[in-house]
Design a protein around this ligand. Sequence first.
Ligand code: 9MR
Length: 368
Amino acid sequence: MAARRRNADGGDPIYRRRNLTRRSVLAGAAALAIPGSTGPSRAARQTVPFGSAIQAEIMDADAAYRQAFLDHCDLVMPMNALKFDLLRPTRETWNFEPADKVVDFALSHGKTTRGTCHVWWGATPDWVTMLDSEADVERALVEHIEQVCDRYRGRLVGWDVVNEVIANDPFYDGQSLRDTFWLRKLGPRHIPIAFEATARADPEARLVINEYDLEYRGPHFEERRVIMLSIVRQLQDANIRVDAVGLQAHLYMDREIDADALLRFSRELDASGVKLIVTELDIIDWQSPADPEAQDAAALEKVSTFLDAIFAWKPPEAVITWGMTDRYSWINDVMPRPDGNESRPLPLDRSFRPKPWLDLIKRRLASA
Ligand code: 9MR
């Protein structure tokens, strides 16, 4: 990877590129550093919902899987069923059935639910990518948001409006935003377009900008946090509502969580009225010891450090895991352990036995 150039005064290319100064980015946080303050979380105690994302396609086949969500969650959301390509695989075909199944399941059991996501590089259907003009693409996006929000209005507490819009490695990629179909076709304005359309179509929904790799120590991750703050600020400057930043929290065992940076990040967002929500928590444990007990002990420590960092300023809107059981997780498919041992990414093991970190989360959320 190319060496990262930094100025002697601590300035770096990202500030220059976007015409920001470090002072303009951090001034809000500095102003809030009140000596002796322990943060507003002490004043207003509340219970934070615990949630998880469920795979609609597994619900019918595995009753124990379904039951796990009922036993442990306050919020149950569709993991994939509300993604653009699954909802509307062709221009003529809508497939609401899997999402309806999850939403009905959640609500009929007294749970809340939420949606992910209107804009994601990983879920753009072919028929959209084949649209020619900018105007057609914008119309397709807005119509999609309107139709989906119309169907679920009043039933979802909120939406990940855009997902993973920041460049994977902004220095290396040479730009702040990820190079996606949406960016190439509509430019950065696809972000405000999606937020405005969602706000219009579902005024009560909490509007979230969802992102990964905001949790760790190091210049790469700091850069991603700076870009996120800049996007939020630009939306607000344009009078566009954004209620929360979603931290996906796919927690790599081999990366260090940056508690100081997360505190600054939360304070700065809070100063603008924007909250945090943990949206896709799981453990990427390909580097941790092979013994299951040691894996779970390491995961407990990681989740504990993460929760401490997240709760240091104010409790998040919710803590949501990306599945409930190790039996079904994207990590088994995408990032299996090189030693061939089982990964243990989720709060319940393959036999639905709870890990110590599930109890930790519940205790923490109950006394937020
Ligand atoms: O875990 C999800 C997997 O089941 C889907 O096949 C995949 C494509 O829709 O998406 C996975 O979820 C991703 C999420 O939407 C965004 N953050 C990263 C998640 C893991 O890849």
